[in-house]
Design a protein. Structure first.
Length: 251
């Protein structure tokens, strides 16, 4: 799988190449542990503490990766500007009420790993990205909302339904976040949903255009074949007519 490198920052690119697989493994582990922690409502406090500690250890490793890349960058201000989402994803979860936003780091790592290899296959890339963002958003909003006494998103089914209506910009309004963290997750999902819908629409339109163009080419080819056959039939008829005339003429 090829990776896109930044030729202006060779040290950063080399570091990313060395740590790419390890960070991807950590991102998948984070997502699995986080899902377990959110969905297992009957979990005892001891196991919950172990899982929470695991999540924070992985997040600290992501933060260390960002700091190392920043220290390796030649133009540090340019690096910060180009990786602002990475900085926010590392900094915001320091506020306890924003802990679910650690998933932003996970999504960025997974996109960096798989995106470069799948962007050529736009349909697969869009479908995979949509499923990943939808799952992460459902888990995050459920984690943020269900403990609030005024919450109406209290089950994973509610969270999935809210995610579907939000990412497609339908917004029925029967499920909505009431906490600050939940609303931040909703805002992020809305922006991401608009972008994904645009890409998906463009992909479908491109597919239809290719099919139409293929059908037109096929029709033109068929028409040319028919014209050629008509020409051959006309020549054959002329030849047969000449044979008949020569055969019927007196000696």
């Amino acid at each position: 799988m090829s990776k896109q490198t930044d030729e202006t920052e060779p040290a950063v690119s080399a570091w990313e190449a060395r740590t790419d697989l390890a960070l991807t493994t950590l991102a998948l582990l984070f997502l699995g542990v986080y899902a377990w922690q959110v969905l297992d409502v009957g979990m005892d406090r001891g196991l919950h503490s172990v899982l929470e500690g695991t999540l924070w250890v992985i997040w600290v490793l992501f933060a260390a990766d960002y700091v190392i890349r920043l220290s390796l960058a030649r133009r540090k201000l340019r690096f910060v500007g180009r990786h602002m989402l990475d900085l926010l994803a590392v900094a915001l979860p320091m506020v306890r009420q924003l802990r679910a936003l650690r998933l932003l780091t996970v999504l960025r790592v997974l996109n960096r790993r798989f995106g470069s290899g799948l962007r050529g296959r736009v349909g697969i890339y869009v479908a995979g990205t949509t499923l990943l963002i939808g799952l992460a958003a459902a888990l995050a909003v459920l984690d943020a909302e269900r403990r609030d006494p005024e919450a109406n998103i209290t089950t994973f089914g509610d969270a999935l339904w809210w995610t579907l209506t939000t990412i497609t910009t339908v917004g029925y309004g029967d499920r909505y976040p009431v906490t600050t963290e939940g609303r931040l997750i909703a805002a992020t999902l809305m922006i991401g949903g608009i972008a994904l819908i645009g890409v998906a629409t463009g992909t479908i339109a491109s597919w239809f255009l290719e099919k139409i163009a293929g059908a037109e080419d096929k029709d033109e080819s068929t028409y040319a074949e028919v014209v050629a056959m008509r020409g051959e039939l006309a020549a054959l008829r002329a030849e047969l007519a000449g044979v008949n005339r020569s055969g019927s003429s007196p000696p």
